[in-house]
Design a protein around this ligand. Structure first.
Ligand code: DGL
Length: 272
């Protein structure tokens, strides 16, 4: 690693969704001013794949950020990779690694009064039961539901489309009916996928009054800021973006997730 080692935070997602976490990191006035974001968009979605494949892809992505972009700290801004590959990533790179599941569970703990929490996420995340375990560690009861149609809708840019609205309504109706059939009294809905903050307004309109919608982006950003609070930086923020598929699409859609233009994105080949 060169002299920049340790000064860069590497942020990784399977696609664009993790830009919502980067957005929160920037808003948290983190004293670290250098970020490298990698979206493994060529191999998205991770959420429909097996643990073995997710771990292989995520480890390759993490190594790229550490070995090629000199990241000294990694944020896994992807729920699926955090749920199924955090151990594999941590074992593969010589830098600290933070996933989004633990901060998400802590945010749920802070939000819930009834102790019953609903989670929507990808298939792989739900099957891993990572959120149920993390929430149980805080004394919370979880009911998880896979919503596999939502990621492609967000990737398509249909973040306020009537079709997306209707699909959200169907998923949430099913989840709420299930919760009520087992006697749960949920007051919190945790968005367990980094794509879902982009459709948060539609989700908030679809949940009944009394259920608060939360996501892990801000909690993750706060955890990173706490870690680096002793550092001072007067340097301007430097953002570098890398994608494994169409940089044009990343530049076009990425700005929606980041809340501002990404600027030029570099194409990388992780298989090479
Ligand atoms: N980034 C993934 C997550 O947060 C969603 C997209 C995918 O399935 O790869 O779970």
């Amino acid at each position: 690693m060169n002299s920049q080692s340790g000064k860069t935070i590497g942020v990784f997602d399977s696609g664009f969704g993790g830009l919502t976490v980067l957005h929160a990191l920037l808003a948290a006035h983190n004293p670290v001013s250098r970020y490298a974001f990698l979206g493994d968009s060529a191999r998205l979605p991770y959420g429909s794949k097996s643990r073995r494949t997710i771990a292989r892809y995520a480890v390759e992505s993490a190594r790229y950020l550490v070995e090629r972009q000199n990241a000294g700290f990694l944020v896994i801004a992807c729920n699926t990779a955090s749920a199924l590959a955090l151990d594999a990533i941590t074992a593969a790179v010589p830098v600290p690694v933070l996933g989004v599941i633990t901060p998400g569970a802590e945010a749920a703990k802070a939000a819930s009064r009834t102790g019953d929490v609903l989670v929507i996420a990808t298939d792989a995340t739900v099957q891993s039961r990572a959120y149920s375990a993390a929430l149980a560690a805080h004394g919370l009861r979880a009911l998880e539901k896979a919503c596999p149609l939502l990621v492609p809708l967000v990737e398509e840019g249909w973040t306020s489309h009537p079709v997306t609205r209707e699909i959200i309504r169907i998923y949430l109706d099913e989840l709420l009916a299930h919760a009520s059939s087992i006697g749960m009294k949920p007051d919190t809905l945790l968005l367990g996928c980094t794509h879902y903050p982009l459709i948060r307004p539609l989700i908030e309109q679809a949940v009944p009054a009394g259920i608060r919608v939360i996501d892990s982006a801000e909690a993750t950003a706060a955890a990173v800021a706490a870690r680096f609070h002793n550092r001072q930086s007067s340097e301007p923020t430097e953002l570098r973006f890398f994608a494994t598929d169409s940089v044009e699409k990343f530049e076009r859609l990425g700005s929606r997730f980041l809340g501002k233009p990404t600027g030029p994105v570099t194409l990388v080949d992780l298989d090479g």
